[in-house]
Write a protein that binds this ligand. Structure first.
Ligand SMILES: CC(C)(COP(=O)(O)OP(=O)(O)OC[C@H]1O[C@@H](n2cnc3c(N)ncnc32)[C@H](O)[C@@H]1OP(=O)(O)O)[C@@H](O)C(=O)NCCC(=O)NCCS
Length: 213
């Protein structure tokens, strides 16, 4: 998959994202979640430590089944306000190691946001970084977004490090801005705009070394 020379759809007047699945990166496949993923999703989305800094509580099988039948069933984006959640599979083994989400907030401002949740047993190997990099490729080069943000609990060092590894810029530290799981929490806002993304990939070689193919 080439990261340069892509003519975004928005330049032709329309904006939509209809990836050909699976979306491949060096070691990973990104693809829509399916009902058969329920147990693998519960194995990490059910863990309190995974949910510490995300808006949801540990999920049981019923909650996961509801999501799979609902918002996680979407496979394309064609209107602002939608989100696309994709499972992240190890290409070598087929193991589901996490999931990523792209929120399309605004058509006018071409704005979006990324989120990511990974199984801690697969942490520390760069899989999340590689998967979010592939998601940013979809966001900028396919959907045609201008600006993509990540909003991160200031205590979530692993997530902030991931955003920084992807070249996202910390733009704000919002102090005690949210009542979150029983206490006030600080939020870090990271962002990347399209010219920064393109500059990272000039010559077709991603600076973070996690190139999508
Ligand atoms: C946020 C989260 C995805 C980060 O996971 P992670 O394992 O740190 O991220 P990666 O899979 O990209 O791995 C990065 C680590 O692997 C190392 N690494 C090894 N090979 C690598 C490679 N090829 N490329 C990049 N990093 C690599 C990095 O140096 C880094 O190690 P470090 O933590 O010692 O600095 C994970 O902690 C998580 O799912 N948390 C729970 C949900 C959550 O909080 N989501 C974010 C909400 S904002």
């Amino acid at each position: 998959m080439s990261l340069s020379g892509t003519v975004p759809r928005w330049q032709h007047g329309g904006m939509e994202l209809r990836p050909s699945y699976p979306v491949r990166s060096r070691r990973l496949l990104l693809r829509p979640l399916r009902r058969s993923d329920a147990a693998a999703l519960a194995a990490y989305r059910g863990l309190p430590e995974v949910c510490r800094y995300v808006p949801f509580e540990p999920m049981d099988a019923g909650r996961i089944a509801d999501r799979l039948a609902g918002e996680w069933a979407r496979t394309a984006l064609d209107a602002e306000g939608q989100s696309l959640t994709l499972g992240v599979e190890l290409a070598a083994t087929g193991d589901l190691v996490g999931d990523v989400v792209l929120f399309w907030h605004s058509r006018e401002h071409r704005g979006g946001e990324v989120g990511y949740v990974f199984h801690p047993g697969y942490g520390g190997r760069g899989y999340a970084t590689e998967a979010v990099h592939a998601l940013l490729h979809l966001a900028f080069d396919r959907l045609g977004l201008h600006r993509v943000i990540a909003r991160i609990d200031a205590r979530n060092r692993a997530s902030a490090a991931l955003a920084a590894r992807l070249g996202m810029r910390q733009e704000a530290h919002l102090v005690r801005n949210e009542w979150f799981k029983g206490e006030w929490s600080d939020e870090l806002d990271f962002a990347l705009v399209e010219d920064e993304w393109l500059a990272q990939h000039r010559g077709g070689s991603p600076s973070c070394g996690q190139g999508t193919q």
